[in-house]
Write a protein that binds this ligand. Structure first.
Ligand SMILES: [Zn+2]
Length: 296
């Protein structure tokens, strides 16, 4: 989320977008999904969505292109935890806890991400990996709370937004976040991912093509229930996916729709696609509760 995304705007090419969306809907219906059962012996993860804050009264039009400008919802700010074999604990994004953007949002129900993982029995030092889906403050600002973690980001995302001196090349990244990621890189904990469909950890594959930011990625995870797709902000709300509507904040609406079509093929069930800011995640997956949703 970005503050600027709150300003309502109208969607000019809505008719064209809808027409394309309908075409993809029927293509997705014909597509055969991957088998649900993982191969014997394959690494499987438990997947959890963890809410670390709530933003109240966000216009739906900032999330779903063309939505009625008067509609408002309370949205969770979340990150995701993958608990794997051998003590591998992977975060997908790391939330945020400080900085000008964080302060300006005046979030409710805030729990520091390093404390929120305590609900899953984890301490910050137990986190082995952090996969950054994109550089917006609410996803990346908490990376430095996890000092032992290897940090994964698309090379093109990093180099597009952060210069050699650790300064922002683009206002989509906060200056303090750019400096922090540059420090992580200097410390040797950053690994660049080079493009699409990379299985960076056994059972965890990242995908590009979404253009919420320059080189956003989303994550497919092998679980006992089949493949879960953590879309992060490549899909803000279930409504984007269900109505085939692009994001309220995107660099490329057609790319948003291609991501939606693709995640429907990647996930073992549409139910296992998790959007980045939808409060219904915690309704559809009510257990274990208290701001944690097990995706299964
Ligand atoms: Zn976000």
């Amino acid at each position: 989320m970005r503050k600027e995304s709150l300003s309502p705007w109208t969607l000019a090419p809505i008719a064209a977008v809808l027409a394309v969306g309908i075409g993809w809907a029927s293509a997705a219906a014909r597509a055969t999904g991957p088998a649900s059962a993982p191969a014997p012996g394959a690494a499987v993860f438990e997947v959890y969505a963890v809410r670390y804050a709530t933003a109240r009264g966000v216009p739906v039009s900032s999330l779903v292109a063309g939505a009625d400008a008067t509609r408002k919802i309370d949205i969770p700010f979340m990150f995701w935890v993958l608990k794997g074999p051998g003590g591998r604990n992977v975060l997908v994004d790391a939330g945020s806890y400080k900085g000008p953007a964080f302060e300006s949002w005046k979030l409710a129900d805030f729990v520091k991400p390093s404390a929120a993982i305590g609900k899953l029995g984890l301490a910050p030092g137990d986190v082995t990996d952090v996969i950054i889906t994109h550089v917006h403050w609410d996803h990346v600002g908490g990376v430095d709370l996890f000092p032992a973690a290897r940090v994964w980001i698309q090379r093109d995302e990093f180099t597009h937004y952060i210069d050699e001196a650790g300064k922002p090349r683009d206002p989509a990244i906060e200056a303090d976040d750019a400096a922090m990621l540059a420090t992580v890189k200097k410390g040797g904990r950053l690994t660049f991912v080079g493009g699409d469909a990379k299985e960076i950890i056994p059972g965890v594959t990242v995908y590009t093509g979404g253009k919420h930011t320059y080189a956003s990625q989303y994550v497919g995870v092998r679980t006992a229930s089949g493949t879960v797709v953590l879309a992060s902000d490549s899909i803000y709300l279930y409504e984007n996916l269900e109505k085939r509507l692009p994001l309220g904040l995107t660099l490329d609406q057609a790319a948003d729709l291609r991501v939606q079509e693709r995640v429907l093929r990647l996930a073992s069930s549409p139910r296992l696609i998790v959007p980045g800011h939808d409060p219904a995640v915690f309704v559809r997956f009510p257990k274990p509760g208290n701001g944690v949703a097990r995706i299964e």
